[in-house]
Design a protein. Structure first.
Length: 133
């Protein structure tokens, strides 16, 4: 499947506008391309009980999974607060969990250009049940 990295990044940028981040003031948006071809967006949602906070990437992935998706092809991540915004460790593991046969492309942006990396660059020794790792 051809991946439109610019469209995913635009979707992530729009999602970042919905961020609820009154504590950190660090807005993040994400867009997830599922194997079905559908795109799901999410934003970070903070809570005064910080453990209850959810990152944009997990928000978007959980939306996709709740709609029946089980394989993710790409995730775009955007923050107006920081260029080349990387996923946290928890999000990396969740991404790995829903990686199918094709390795996930993770898209960030630096100096207005999409940067595409592979999942192994972020989580080289990820694991999931039955993966043999």
């Amino acid at each position: 499947m051809e991946i439109d990295y610019n469209l995913l990044m635009l979707t992530a940028k729009e999602a970042s506008k919905m961020s609820y981040s009154p504590f950190s003031k660090f807005a993040v948006g994400a867009a997830v391309l599922a194997k079905s071809g559908k795109v799901y967006s999410g934003c970070n949602i903070e809570n005064s009980s910080f453990g209850m906070t959810v990152c944009a990437e997990r928000c978007a992935i959980f939306k996709a999974v709740s709609e029946g998706e089980k394989e993710i092809l790409a995730v775009a991540i955007y923050s107006p607060n920081e260029e080349d915004c990387y996923p946290c460790g928890a999000c990396r593991q969740v991404m790995y969990e829903f990686q199918g046969d094709e390795e996930i492309n993770i898209i960030t942006e630096k100096e207005g250009k999409a940067i595409v990396r592979k999942m192994r660059d972020f989580l080289p020794f990820g694991f999931k049940i039955g993966s043999g790792v």
